[in-house]
Design a protein around this ligand. Sequence first.
Ligand SMILES: [Zn+2]
Length: 363
Amino acid sequence: MMKKNRRAAARVEGGTADAKRRGGVPLLVLLAGLLLALPGMVAAQDLPLTGAERANWERTTTHAEVMEFLWEVQSRTDQMLVQELTVTNEGRPHPVVFLGDPPLSEPTAALLSGKPTLFIVGTIHGNERSGKEGGQQFIRELTLGDHQDLLEHVNVIIVPHMNPDGGDAGRRTNSLGYDMNRDWIVAETREVTAVVEQILNRFAPDVFVDAHNGGSYPYHMTYQATLDPTADDALVEYARGPMYEFIKDHMETQDMMMYWYSGPSFDEDNETWYWRTTVPWPRKQHSYGGIRNMITLLYEVPGRHTLEVQADAAREAMLGLTRFMAENADQVRDVVIEARRRTVEEPQDEVYFDLEPIAYPDA
Ligand SMILES: [Zn+2]
């Protein structure tokens, strides 16, 4: 049914013949040399694999393996910088990855580059593994794979594993029991605090994505823009219009389907299909990103897919978005800059409610 993307198994040609050796060498010697060189030429050099790929998708990648993978990819490219944002309560490193041509880990340099900045968080809920698995593959694709051209046009910042303690425990919350996708306003957890202070406050990314598991099968990706009712209309319309259409089309080229979060649900009592979304609590990423004037997306991959397909879906939705930003780099920047300008220059001095005056009926 699914045309699997086999880039995970992509290989780099190794042992290329030395052209200089060929010139002027007698044929017999050349043939003998080729035969001797053959094993090296045929043996392909593997790209770094994630823990889940090495385990043939029978388990998720441990956080220690995520770290190994990041260091390994970084050692093979000059387009990636890994830094540690903080240390979790249980002592695990909490990494952030800067990707770019060149990778820019200073906000001034990122701003002066003129390129839009994409910021992705994966697996803030530790038992929702698609963001972590797809995020690692996304990093490999941009730096060593078939999408290296994208970094000429976009700065990417990604925290591939936002919840290292919860991830290793297979648990939604961090080790203190905190659902960190309810912590964006108060920022009580050290993981969210580190991201807010070191990434959001300093880099003010243009696009902010949070990658979860959820939504409805058989869709591969369910998508939502910010539900913050005070968000700038242009940010919302852009995410719901051209951005959505582009990513959806990209998913279709990979034989995957995308739909609005949370997709169709079935009401057992009334035996009817219905569609629902989620609540616009400011403390959730998708609302908070709207408050912060970022184009904000929620990615939810239905957990009924195999882990391998979940990773495919998350990776391709990240790649599709990055491709959109690369092809529309100036437009993305303009949409965000204009929204931020309006916030400063055109503040709303009146707020209209169309609600009945229920709370104070005698007023
Ligand atoms: Zn979640």
